[in-house]
Design a protein around this ligand. Sequence first.
Ligand code: BES
Ligand code: MN
Ligand code: MN
Length: 455
Amino acid sequence: MEQVKTYIDQNKERFLEELFELIRIPSVSSSQIHKPDMLKTAKAVKEALINAGADKAEIHETAGHPVVYGEKVIDASKPTILVYGHYDVQPAEPLELWKSPPFEPEIREGKIYARGADDDKGQLFMHVKAFEFLVSSGKLPCNVKFMIEGEEEIGSPSLKQFCKENKELLKSDVILISDTTMISMDIPSITTGLRGLSYLQVEVTGPNRDLHSGLYGGAVANPVNVLSKMIAQLTDENNHITIPGFYDDVIEASDEERKEMAKAPFDLEAYEDALDIETVQGEKGYSTIERTGIRPSLDVCGIWGGFTGEGAKTVLPSKAYAKISMRLVPNQDSHKVDQLFEAYFKSIAPASVKVEVKSLHGGQGYVAPIDTAAYQAASKAVEATFGTKPVPFRSGGSIPIVADFEEVLGVKSILLGFGLESDAIHSPNENYPLENFYKGIETIPYFYKYFSEMP
Ligand code: BES
Ligand code: MN
Ligand code: MN
């Protein structure tokens, strides 16, 4: 396997050029305008799999954006790794905050800057190149399947159905995913938990039209004022979520587990400095790592209504809106949380407004056990290339489809991510250090090797 280093060295430039080709297609899954780009990207991924040595690769239409499936089956009696990734990306807006155009990848200070550089084109492409190395060097020790979807960033609305319809095709022993972060390059880690998600949109309606704020102000409920007050009531002074029943299914970590978590290296000051904040904020009684790793949270992702154009317009708006996300911990059910939210939100609305609550998407959290052969293989692989044994840690992010994989396919996932928190995924100037990209390509073949050698 040591040859992988030489292989990377000899092909470095080509790998980047190929990745850049993929990044240049603006595959923003949330927008209809990019529908043709989604198919274009799917075709490019399919080509990349074929060129890397897949026996077959095909595009599967779904109700939404297509899924790319590829495979190389060398021996039915050998284990099978199913690689999952997503070729869709988040919108690049606000564009004016990017130092270089989001879909024109550029290398600055050893990092690739572009939308999708990390999440998840950069990370999924490491798998394609690791696979290329294994095939071309005759070292592929097991069967491989690829399932690369185009709807992760919008909640994977079609993939569960795709899995249900293709159980046989997707039959595998482990699912391998690079779509998460590491603590740092000095403290390599493997993600052992993901949070679930409930994402809702609320609409508050006051009067049936926008009103003159002088003629009506003070006499008619302003939905923006009302919505702000309602949102303020969703958490209390301890930053505890106030929705009745919300914490019912949250499993409290034991003192033992919390002690274990506290051992994970975390520099609060560096964290605050990196974000330019005086101090962190969160649920009373929990550390920062616990607040994202084992506790649920509630955030307003967007809020709008009334006049937001240039200058001043004196208006009492008819409507106000907000998009609200709740990150859930394993064992909390996102449908149940949707219902609890709606009931509470309506109950705190004054009679002067009408309230509508719409669920946009959601999913369950995930816990990856560490006492499995697959985790041991991942741990050994990281140790082989980083020189240190990785620490298991729970991430605050979500990949809701991972819980569905377990439910539908009955297969556990390994979250072998090589991103860093500083990669600014979903933000302007998303980036992926070249070091991480190449380190990922180097590490993945070791996972194949160790996983295939497991009894
Ligand atoms: N790759 C991320 C999730 C992630 C990032 C997990 C870093 C752990 C560490 C994924 O593409 C993502 O953005 N997921 C969404 C959820 C989805 C339903 C929109 C998220 O977490 O907001
Ligand atoms: Mn992702
Ligand atoms: Mn993402």
